[in-house]
Design a protein. Structure first.
Length: 268
């Protein structure tokens, strides 16, 4: 069943007609990295301490939950190359990916729920649950009741970065998602030695390239200023470029491109 679920996810992304840059054969998003975690894994209870008591357990979102299916959709080379050249604003290709690539990701969440239900299993996409909430002021800053990145960590797909991003074997430039289901699947083994191992700065102090990539100084050796970042991404950039690029959400992604972890786990 694990291979069948993987095949369904990869097939959906590859065959989605919306997963194409305008007038190009290049996709927004490449083939998915896919992992599974047990809904009863104690790490989800740990998240109530690490993130906050508002972070939901899988069983709070879906009674009888057995598995959390997580995926990472790497952003394509063409999109990443366009954003590498930028110093202040995201490239048009990156912004199109933020809107249209995330629409593919959203469709995948919904598709997988329907597909699992069609096989007789219950399923829910936490992002679209009525229980999903965002909180603007918590001990960890802006947070939500379900973190896609933390679900991906539980499924062994990567570790966290200085910029609060998530570094996988295909790098930090990606979209990610998850679905909780009553279908019992074999959990993916977490192999990282700690939750920040893939980040060179946290591993040995030898990097920090993302700091210089941030145009508003939201990154430092102390970490990520979520409020300054959010203001830039969801206000300044939108006001500046939304009409020109023709999309409502533009992203930024400068700290995810032209850095050693853009498309891989850096060796150091």
């Amino acid at each position: 069943m694990e291979d069948l679920v993987r095949k369904e996810i990869v097939s959906y992304v590859a065959g989605n007609p919306g997963n194409r840059l305008p007038d190009s054969d290049s996709p927004y998003l490449d083939d998915a990295l896919i992992g599974f975690s047990s809904a009863s894994d104690s790490i989800f209870a740990d998240y109530k301490q690490i993130i906050g008591p508002f972070h939901l357990l899988p069983c709070e979102l879906l009674p009888e939950a057995a598995t959390v299916v997580s995926w990472v959709l790497p952003i394509s080379l063409a999109v990443r190359e366009s954003n590498r050249q930028q110093k202040k604003w995201p490239s048009r290709e990156w912004s199109l990916t933020r809107t249209h690539g995330e629409a593919v990701n959203a469709g995948l969440r919904r598709h997988l729920v329907v597909w699992l239900e069609g096989m007789g299993h219950k399923a829910v996409a936490p992002q679209y649950s009525p229980l999903w909430q965002e909180f603007g002021d918590t001990p960890v800053g802006i947070a939500s009741s379900w973190s896609e990145r933390h679900a991906a960590y539980a499924a062994g797909l990567g570790t966290f970065s200085l910029s609060d991003g998530f570094i996988t074997e295909r790098g930090i430039a990606h979209r990610c998602g998850s679905v909780i289901t009553t279908l019992r699947l074999i959990p993916t083994v977490r192999t990282a030695t700690d939750h920040r191992h893939n980040c060179l700065y946290h591993r040995n102090g030898s990097c920090g390239a993302c700091i210089g990539r941030c145009p508003v100084g939201a990154l430092s050796k102390k970490g990520h200023d979520k409020y300054r970042c959010r203001e830039y991404v969801y206000q300044t950039i939108i006001q500046k470029l939304s009409d020109e690029y023709g999309v409502p959400q533009l992203g930024c992604g400068l700290c995810q491109t032209r850095v050693p972890c853009e498309a891989m786990i850096p060796a150091g």
